[in-house]
Design a protein around this ligand. Structure first.
Ligand SMILES: CC(C)(COP(=O)(O)OP(=O)(O)OC[C@H]1O[C@@H](n2cnc3c(N)ncnc32)[C@H](O)[C@@H]1OP(=O)(O)O)[C@@H](O)C(=O)NCCC(=O)NCCS
Length: 186
C-alpha cells in the first residue's frame, strides 16, 4: 500500500522523501536516542543510505516495510516503522519500532506516533497481531507500549548483540481484538 499518510493528535505519519536526511540524522545520529536501540549512532552517509533503501522499499509491489516519517507541524521529528512479518499460512503479524528526536520527548508525541502505527497495522493493513521488542532497560518504551494496550508477553534471551554483548529483549504485543475493544471499534 502506497503512499501512507495518517494524521493523529499533534503528529502524523507520512512517507519519507530524500530531503528528510538531516531530520533523520537528528534522530539516529544522537547517542541519547539510540542508547537502547540495536545500533550505534549513524552518520549522514549511513542515514542517507537508510532513507534511500526505505524510499525504494516503499514502492515494492508486495510492500512489507512501512518506514514512515513522524511529522509535527510540518517538521520531521521521528522515525516510525511497521515491518509485516513473513507470512506463513495462518499468520498475520507485524513488528513496530519508533524513535523521536530527543528534544521532543515527554509531550505525548511518541505515544501518539505508536498509536498511529497500531492504527496502520490493524485498520489499514488488516493485521491480526502487532508486536515490539525493547531493551529490558528501556522503561519509557515499556510505558508507551503498555499504555496503548501492548501487553508484555515475554523475554527473548540473548536476542541481539549490541556493542559487543548479548542483550535480551522484552516483547510486547497487542491483538486485533484487543485493539477493537480498547477503541470501541465493531
Ligand atoms: C520511546 C519514545 C519514542 C517516547 O517518546 P515520548 O514522546 O517521550 O513519549 P510520550 O511522551 O508519549 O510518553 C512517554 C511515557 O513514558 C513515561 N516515562 C518517561 N521516562 C520514563 C522512565 N524513565 N520510566 C518510566 N516511564 C517513563 C512518561 O511519563 C510517559 O508516560 P505517561 O504518559 O504515562 O506519563 C522516545 O523516548 C524515544 O525516541 N526514545 C529513544 C528510542 C527508543 O527507545 N525507541 C523505542 C525502541 S523499543
Amino acid at each position: 500500500m502506497y503512499p501512507i499518510s495518517i494524521t493523529g493528535d499533534g503528529v502524523g505519519l507520512r512517507e519519507f522523501a530524500a530531503d528528510d536526511v538531516d531530520a533523520v540524522l537528528a534522530v539516529y545520529g544522537d547517542p541519547v536516542v539510540v542508547e537502547h536501540l540495536s545500533f550505534e549512532p549513524r552518520n549522514r552517509e549511513q542515514v542517507a543510505a537508510t532513507l534511500a533503501g526505505v524510499i525504494e522499499a516503499a514502492k515494492e509491489g508486495l510492500r512489507r516495510e512501512y518506514s514512515l516519517a513522524v511529522v509535527a507541524a510540518d517538521e520531521v521529528i521521528g522515525f516510525a516503522r511497521l515491518a509485516v512479518d513473513a507470512q506463513h499460512p495462518g499468520q498475520s503479524s507485524g513488528q513496530i519500532g519508533f524513535a523521536l528526536r530527543a528534544d521532543r520527548w515527554g509531550h505525548g508525541l511518541g505515544s501518539e506516533a505508536v498509536r498511529l502505527l497500531l492504527r496502520l497495522g490493524f485498520e489499514v493493513l488488516g493485521l491480526h497481531r502487532l508486536w515490539g521488542a525493547r531493551s529490558p532497560d528501556n522503561a519509557t518504551s515499556a510505558r508507551v507500549m503498555s499504555k496503548l494496550g501492548m501487553e508484555e508477553e515475554g523475554r527473548i534471551r540473548g536476542h541481539l548483540k549490541v556493542r559487543g554483548s548479548w542483550r535480551d529483549s522484552v516483547v510486547h504485543s497487542i491483538l486485533e481484538d484487543d485493539w477493537r475493544a480498547l477503541n470501541d471499534i465493531q
